[in-house]
Unconditional design. Structure first.
Ligand SMILES: [Zn+2]
Length: 224
């Protein structure tokens, strides 16, 4: 039997992340655990000793593309995000899901499918977030902004500002993973399926290096 439990009141801001983890579904005891399990199953979340693109070392590595390469996982994660977002706006339809390219494309598409909304995306032109390809959104329409991972939330904030500048009502934002530990503030209510505090070290003070562990560049393993 399906049993869904939410808190009575919808809190604002980052509290919504915790609120969403209260959701209970029949084969899912905890959305965060389910999400991380999908990441681990697909090699999208690794524990070890990694050198990130920034040059910093980290005991964790996350690559959303590896979980989203499986359409059934993308569909499921999109459905969970859509359920959380619908709680932010239970009374009105959400007209559009808007994502910054590239990271938001697949998950935004799946959230839009679950919300019965359309999905459009922004691209940077000369560094400025822009709607291209004939995409349009009208003043008064309702939108949510979706990314795969939020670290600072900078890209989502730019999309939100773009939408607000043309009179769109931005109901909220969502991501599969929140790497900010819940701290990123996008100025609108926000949901995430899993919250992580990503630890990074300067190589000179990395305790993993100090233990003699070999640092690995993610994605350098041979594909099979
Ligand atoms: Zn290290």
């Amino acid at each position: 039997m399906r049993s869904v439990r939410f808190r009575d009141s919808v809190p604002r801001g980052c509290d919504e992340i915790e609120w969403y983890t209260d959701l209970r579904l029949p084969n899912v005891t905890n959305i965060q655990e389910r999400t991380l399990a999908l990441f681990q199953q697909t090699g999208a979340y690794l524990n070890g000793h990694f050198r990130l693109t920034s040059g910093l070392h980290s005991p964790e590595y996350l690559q959303c593309a590896l979980v989203l390469q499986h359409p059934q996982h993308a569909e499921e994660l999109g459905r969970h995000l859509a359920a959380a977002l619908r709680k932010l706006e239970p009374m009105r339809n959400i007209d559009a899901v808007v994502s910054p390219a590239m990271g938001g494309l697949i998950i935004g598409h799946e959230v839009a499918r679950a919300l019965n909304a359309r999905h459009i995306f922004t691209e940077r032109v000369d560094g400025k977030m822009t709607l291209r390809r004939g995409f349009a959104i009208k003043p008064g329409e309702t939108a949510v902004v979706i990314e795969d991972v939020i670290t600072t939330g900078g890209s989502s904030v730019e999309v939100i500002q773009l939408l607000k500048s043309v009179g769109v009502r931005v109901v909220g934002a969502g991501s599969i993973i929140d790497r900010s530990g819940g701290r990123a503030d996008l100025g609108v209510p926000r949901v995430a399926l899993a919250v992580m505090n990503v630890v990074t070290y300067d190589p000179s003070v990395c305790p993993l290096c100090a233990q003699g562990s070999q640092v690995v560049k993610p994605g350098s393993r041979a594909s099979v």
